[in-house]
Design a protein around this ligand. Structure first.
Ligand code: 5GP
Ligand code: ZN
Length: 112
């Protein structure tokens, strides 16, 4: 598992790798997923590096709550407040980048 030194999303947050920004503030960055699984597919990340949602919840629960608020505001703008929020956690659940990220799927009616 990568630490912050060679973490893809730390590099995106630092602007070393380009991304399409959707939202940013002091603690949080949101950008379009490169391989969208819905009409609108945004990744929301804390600027600080945590490997997964459990680490984030333990270290900074307010930031986790903030990520939920940012997801809601994106969905309010894109699709009358309806969205799916996913945190893949662990290799066997499909986590490929070990910097915690919320997938926000919205912008269209989603399959069940
Ligand atoms: P995971 O599989 O870890 O839950 O999600 C990682 C997500 O990051 C995937 O949906 C993948 O498409 C996205 N991703 C991987 N590399 C990049 C990149 O360089 N730029 C952007 N914008 N998204 C990426
Ligand atoms: Zn990172």
């Amino acid at each position: 598992m990568s630490d912050s030194q060679d973490c893809l999303f730390c590099k995106i947050i630092a602007g070393e790798i380009p991304s399409t920004k959707v939202y940013e503030d002091e603690t949080t960055y949101a950008f379009k997923d490169i391989n969208p699984k819905a009409k609108v597919h945004v990744l929301i990340v804390p600027r600080k590096h945590y490997a997964n949602v459990a680490e984030l919840a333990k270290a900074d629960p307010a930031e986790l709550a903030h990520i939920a608020e940012v997801a809601q505001s994106i969905a309010d703008k894109e699709f009358h407040g309806a969205y799916r929020l996913i945190f893949n956690t662990g290799l066997d659940a499909g986590q490929t980048v070990f910097h915690v990220h919320a997938h926000v799927l919205t912008g269209e009616k989603l399959d069940e």
